[in-house]
Design a protein around this ligand. Structure first.
Ligand code: ATP
Ligand code: ZN
Length: 210
């Protein structure tokens, strides 16, 4: 049977738990940090190590059959992929934050303001739903410094402890969406026997954790 390919994050917040999940499924592979692809010796699977941002597109195009990536990254990419299984790790919240002394009371107070974010697509959908018109400044990193530099009046970014916000004179204002790691698949893969076997193993690993 032809091997399936699964893409996971090469390094970063999801790498270790993705590797651990696959190992807990009984898959035997060498986790070479220097290699971008590794073959599972006891299962019809190859593992590709990629930047998380690239994973939804690789899966949409069928270069990888499966992927493990944050919901936030999938939603922002707008890639057409199947959500196969929520994985329960990598949980985080995308939040709007404003300068700590700003006296915004309602989300509508953002009307006419400018917001810096690495998630322009998710933010624009959220603002549309709330019928707020704001100017979105897409930037790729260090979003928290934007208000201090005068680039924007608010930000929209992933917040976990809030420490980075505080250090930059910001406070959380409203939640935009929550996220966790998800197993995604290219469309048309659903009946694949290798996927069915892998999904069963993943689900029993997740059940054992409950
Ligand atoms: P890459 O080099 O692969 O592009 P990255 O720097 O974009 O990595 P990480 O910071 O490693 O990404 O985060 C990967 C994912 O982990 C995020 O997209 C998100 O789904 C999840 N995550 C969980 N907690 C946090 C957090 N506190 N901050 C940021 N991301 C988090
Ligand atoms: Zn990334």
């Amino acid at each position: 049977m032809k091997n399936l390919k699964i893409a996971i994050q090469k390094s970063g917040r999801l790498n270790e738990k993705s590797v651990q999940l696959l190992k807990n499924c009984g898959l035997d592979f060498e986790n070479y940090k220097s290699s971008l692809i590794t073959i599972v010796s006891n299962f019809n699977l190859e593992i590709l190590f990629l930047r998380d941002d690239d994973i939804p597109d690789y899966v949409e195009q069928g270069i990888a059959d499966l992927g493990i990536v944050g919901e936030n990254v999938i939603d922002e990419s707008q890639a057409n992929v199947d959500y196969l299984q929520r994985l329960g790790f990598g949980k985080c919240t995308l939040k709007l934050a404003v300068p700590k002394d700003a006296n915004y009371t309602d989300i509508k107070d953002l009307d006419g303001k400018s917001i810096a974010t690495s998630y322009p697509n998710i933010l624009s959908k959220f603002l549309q739903e709330k019928q707020i018109t704001a100017e979105i400044h897409p930037i790729s990193g260090s979003v928290e410094i934007a208000p201090g530099l005068g680039l924007s009046e608010a930000i929209c970014d992933i917040v976990s402890t809030g420490g980075t916000l505080k250090n930059n004179g910001l406070k959380p204002f409203a939640d935009v969406s929550t996220s966790e790691a998800i197993l995604i698949g290219r469309s048309g893969l659903a009946e694949n026997p290798i996927l069915c076997e892998l999904l069963q193993r993943i689900q029993s690993v997740l059940r054992a954790k409950e």
